[in-house]
Write a protein that binds this ligand. Structure first.
Ligand code: 5GP
Length: 346
């Protein structure tokens, strides 16, 4: 047994130190970024905030709205081909730049992804997602996907340490998804004791990825616009959101009414709710590592996005970053023992 003694930090452990700035208004801040991807050389420009590939978040409806704002959706993997076909035949022009096809590492997953890619030759993003990206099997699956789809941008994860980011990039991923255990409906840390505080995971993984020309997605744990800004400040190229985008018109699931108040169901993709829906139950050998909750119904997602991007622009003005690209260079985090004043919250 070994103990690492340096402290690992989460979003709640830090704040941005404000810095002198010449920016006079948050409207001057540019939140778009342009990336060139490692293996494909494809260039992408947009606002690097993403909807998670959860069936309550990464829906076609979400993708349509987010793409209109140049934001990205990792479309969940449970849509049948026919629904993809219907969606793509009606999809707004350019949507292919803002959506990823999601895949697990099952034997049929790449076959299905290939069929979806055939529906629209310009679809270019593949998101290979497993809870634990540390297995040999996962690395060889990423290699196989790179060989099969030489011209697609591959996102792969999840991992939380630099050496595994490097391994996945070398195996063929362009972008590595980072996060184990921080998610709002994730119970991995409770069920297994495994995890890594998200801010430190981002700092360490971004450093590893950028060293060899790759990018990272910070996945999970953002609960406020301030957390999204902290993820970018720490070095994330993209930030993926689940819970912050749940509960809207565009999120999956029905509106539930209770005592005159409206809610929407939201659940982890490894929760027993999801496994019963998609896999006919929780397999005997595994524990569910996600939970199901009812979140307040919040109307159209557009307002929430404005709120997130407004917060992000404001962070940039507080630290003097004219562009999102500069935010990490302008970031000094201070370690704190307090966050907001909650006296009127409860
Ligand atoms: P959030 O933004 O809600 O904090 O986190 C979203 C992320 O949580 C997802 O993108 C995914 O990585 C993770 N996640 C989703 N469902 C589950 C689950 O059932 N179990 C675990 N461990 N993580 C989940």
């Amino acid at each position: 047994m070994r103990i690492e003694n340096d402290v690992k930090l989460g979003f709640k452990d830090v704040m941005f130190r404000p810095k002198r700035s010449t920016l006079s208004s948050r409207a001057q801040v540019d939140v778009e970024r342009t990336f060139k991807f490692l293996h494909t050389g494809i260039e992408w420009t947009g606002v690097p905030v993403m909807a998670a590939n959860m069936d309550t978040v990464g829906t076609f409806e979400m993708a349509k709205v987010l793409a209109g704002m140049k934001m990205f959706t990792a479309v969940h993997k449970h849509y049948p081909i026919e629904e993809w076909s219907g969606f793509l035949s009606l999809a707004p022009r350019g949507i292919e730049n803002y959506i990823a096809v999601s895949s697990g590492t099952g034997s049929q997953d790449l076959v299905k992804a290939e069929k979806i890619f055939h529906l629209h030759p310009h679809l270019k993003f593949l998101c290979i997602d497993v809870a634990n990206g540390y297995s040999e099997h996962f690395v060889s699956f990423v290699k196989q996907a790179r060989t099969k789809f030489p011209d697609k941008v591959i996102m792969a994860g999840n991992v939380v340490t630099g050496e595994m980011v490097e391994e996945l990039l070398l195996a063929g991923a362009d972008i590595v998804k980072v996060g184990i255990g921080p998610g709002s409906v994730c119970t991995t840390r409770v069920k297994t004791g495994v995890g890594y505080p998200q801010l430190s995971a981002i700092i360490e993984c971004a450093d590893a990825a950028h060293g060899i020309g790759g990018q990272i997605i910070s996945d999970g744990g953002c609960t406020t616009p301030g957390d999204v800004a902290k993820a970018f400040g720490a070095g994330a190229d993209f930030v993926m959101l689940g819970g912050m985008l749940a509960g809207h018109d565009e999120s999956g699931g029905e509106v539930i009414e209770k005592d005159g108040k409206r809610y929407k169901q939201f659940y982890g993709m490894s929760s027993s709710t999801a496994m019963e829906k998609h896999a006919g139950g929780v397999a005997e050998y595994r524990a569910s590592e996600g939970k199901a909750v009812e979140v307040d119904y919040r109307g159209p997602v557009e307002q929430t996005i404005q709120d997130i991007l407004g917060g992000l622009r404001s962070t940039c003005t507080y630290v003097g970053a004219g562009r999102l690209k500069e935010l990490t260079k302008r970031t000094t985090f201070i370690r704190v023992a307090e966050q907001e004043n909650r006296v009127y919250n409860e």
